[in-house]
Design a protein around this ligand. Structure first.
Ligand code: CAA
Length: 284
């Protein structure tokens, strides 16, 4: 039975998962290596709730409940009594393995460990623990309070009971879930990322302007954002990272990053978060 939630990594994804969990009534313990990042995450939550209140879609009581349900931890040992700990730190396998190794030693034996990784192997992370059967992927989408999906990822070792518990937990925070194998990109990114890479390739070869590529896909296919805006929104570095992992795994040109993407990332054009990507943004 999942009652108490731990979240390690309190950036955009971690804080979003904390928000939906706290809104569903779970006590949440959150942590980030940097106190400033944790505070920024709380700021995202407050802003998102204030916007919802302004629109009459939430009230002050919900805001109080969400913020009241979230507590900050300053060391991994504080996660000992959590029923599930979800990791949402940067996509670096060594950092993630280090965190899971420590969580495995400090958490009670029943604790389920989960990663929100979009591309790294869940089985690889599970291999550094002594609880491979109690390890899953819970891949949420950005912005977490808005996007309805969660991909629940099982490895060859994940037990049926743990998979079901993780699946039910994601449903209980308001998500519709799909089951995915522990394969790079799972279901969504293995389809989405080649589409985004193709849009960048077409922009690079001068097929159309950035605006026309985006408008084409928004109005022609009913997408809420065009592919270049969506790449800016997700982060060019994130898309490059996922593409490189999938290319490494599948050795298929479908997943190879266009030179323009790599050049933009090297030059710091990381998208919305950096104030510039395919478009320019007000950093505030
Ligand atoms: N928290 C809470 N609510 C939010 C929010 C946030 N961070 N951001 C937006 N919203 C809400 C708004 O309040 C608004 O609510 P109402 O409709 O009830 O008024 C609604 O979402 C729409 O927002 P906006 O009016 O501000 O702007 P928009 O219509 O342009 O929508 C968007 C913004 C929801 C982000 C929309 O453009 C969209 O769905 N884009 C596609 C996002 C997407 O594809 N995400 C997945 C990325 S892939 C990924 O995450 C996986 C990976 O591994 C890379």
């Amino acid at each position: 039975m999942i009652r108490k939630i731990g979240i390690v990594g309190f950036g955009q994804m971690g804080s979003g998962i904390a928000q939906v969990s706290a809104a569903a009534g779970y006590p949440v313990l959150g942590m980030d290596m940097s106190d400033a990042v944790f505070k920024r995450g709380l700021g995202y939550i407050t802003k998102s709730l204030d916007k919802a209140i302004e629109k009459g879609k939430a009230d002050a009581a919900l805001k109080e409940k969400v913020l009241g349900n979230i507590k900050q931890a300053t060391a991994l040992k504080e996660f000992a009594d959590c029923d599930i700990v979800i990791e949402a730190v940067i996509e670096n396998i060594d950092i993630k393995k280090q965190i899971f190794k420590e969580l495995d030693t400090v958490c009670k034996p029943e604790t389920i460990l989960a990663s929100n990784t979009s591309s790294l192997s869940i089985g690889d992370m599970a291999s550094v623990t002594n609880r491979r059967d109690r390890f899953v992927g819970l891949h949420f989408f950005n912005p977490v309070p808005v996007m309805k999906l969660c991909e629940v990822v099982r490895t060859i070792d994940t037990s049926d009971a743990v998979f079901k518990a993780a699946f039910s937990f994601a449903e209980s925070v308001g998500k519709s879930c799909i089951t995915a194998k522990d394969s790079p990109g799972y279901v969504v990114n293995v389809l989405l990322v080649p589409y985004l890479l193709d849009a960048i390739r077409q922009f690079e070869r001068g097929l159309a302007t950035r605006e026309d590529i985006d408008t084409g896909m928004m109005l022609g296919c009913g997408h809420p954002m065009g592919p270049l805006t969506l790449t800016d929104f997700i982060g060019l570095d994130t898309i490059l990272y996922i593409a490189d992992i999938m290319f490494e795994e599948f050795k298929d040109s479908h997943y190879s990053a266009p030179p323009l993407l790599r050049r933009m990332v090297n030059a710091g054009y990381l998208g919305k978060k950096a104030g510039r990507g395919f478009y320019e943004y007000d950093k505030k």
